[in-house]
Design a protein. Structure first.
Length: 356
């Protein structure tokens, strides 16, 4: 699959929605791609326009999010900004993050992003936990350190040695904060620079303000974590809903196979065709979509042909339809019974084997 490193604008996906190539699932704030399509992703680098072709395939998850404008986007003409959905007042544009399936963004939100922001806990040798602090811990430590410096400049005698040691310790903190992308850390870095250059009372005031900005970032991180967990929970529930629908079809196919007879052949064949249409319309995201679009599922629509085709002998019709159901059950089984067989499942099957 061709994939640009840059995210396309949401307005491009909305155009696909108008032509029936994409569908916005409002309840879950994601787009589903309904047919293979190519879009052009463009950007400016070193003053030159660059572009790549991005291939979007059915089953992908497209998650719209706002992003701050880059320098070149702010310089675009009004017409180009309007076409791209650029909002100068808010200094943002909406883009879409693309994922190969539903589980990828769930893992990213529930694990990767939150672990980096809070802490990562790794269990070693089943008992020992290794804790890797995240950004929240770093913000807490920095706020405490800056408050300690503030108290020094309020109560201690200011000497050249104190000033020199203070500047030496503040510099790496300043370097760490100044290049950050969030709203608060660059402001804190600027305040630290003023603290180093200011007089005694100014230094204490700037340090206190910098600590407050650090704590603002700490609060912002907590909001980010909460929103990540909410979105991950929503998508996980969507996965469960899809699995429930597939599970219902799986059970229904089994019942139809058990009831198949010359008398009920036509009725069952009609329902099998409806099941293929139902799954195609309801299951829009991978890792489920690829199985639903597999010939083993889509061929259920052929059941009606087998039931009505006079070229087929009567005894072959039921066998052909039963084979269609069997193949569909095998394909859906990976969703219902889970992709990977467990040791318990394999051992259970061995236990019930006839003894020779």
């Amino acid at each position: 699959m061709a994939r640009s490193k840059r995210a396309p604008y949401e307005v491009q996906i909305k155009e696909l929605e108008k032509t029936g190539q994409a569908k916005f699932i409002k309840a879950h704030n994601i787009y589903a791609i309904l047919a293979p399509v190519e879009i052009t992703v463009r950007w400016i680098k070193d003053g030159k326009e660059c572009q790549e072709i991005d291939t979007l395939n059915p089953g992908m998850v497209l998650y719209p999010r706002p992003r701050k404008l880059s320098k070149w986007e702010r310089k675009l003409s009004k017409d180009e900004q309007e076409v791209s959905g650029i909002n100068l007042e808010r200094n943002q544009v909406r883009i879409v993050h693309r994922y190969p399936d539903l589980w990828a963004p769930i893992r990213q939100l529930e694990r990767h992003i939150i672990d980096n922001l809070t802490e990562r806990i790794v269990v070693v040798d089943r008992e020992v936990e290794v804790v890797i602090p995240g950004e929240t811990k770093r913000m807490e430590d920095l706020a405490l350190k800056l408050n300690s410096f503030t108290n020094q400049f309020l109560v201690e005698k200011i000497t050249p040695q104190l000033r020199e040691g203070f500047a030496r310790e503040i510099y790496p903190i300043y370097q760490e904060l100044k290049g950050a992308r969030d709203e608060f850390k660059p402001k804190a870095a600027q305040l630290l620079k003023q603290a180093v250059e200011g007089r005694r009372i100014e230094t204490a005031a700037r340090l206190a303000e910098a600590a407050a900005k650090i704590l603002n970032r700490w609060v912002e991180i907590l909001d980010i974590v909460e929103n990540c967990l909410k979105q991950a929970e929503d998508w996980l529930l969507l996965c469960k809903t899809i699995e429930m629908k597939v599970g219902w079809v799986y059970q229904r196919l089994a019942k139809l196979a058990s009831k198949l007879s010359p008398e009920k052949r036509k009725e069952i064949a009609d329902e099998l065709g409806g099941i293929a249409i139902y799954l195609t319309g309801e299951v829009l995201f991978d890792p489920y979509c690829q199985r639903v679009r597999d010939p083993a599922i889509q061929n259920l629509a052929k059941a009606k042909k087998y039931a009505e085709d006079k070229k087929y002998a009567e005894e072959r019709k039921d066998k052909a339809i039963r084979n269609l159901i069997s193949r569909a059950l095998s394909k859906l089984g990976a969703i219902v019974l889970k992709e990977k067989p467990t040791l318990a499942e394999i051992r259970r099957r061995r236990r019930v084997l006839p003894k020779g």
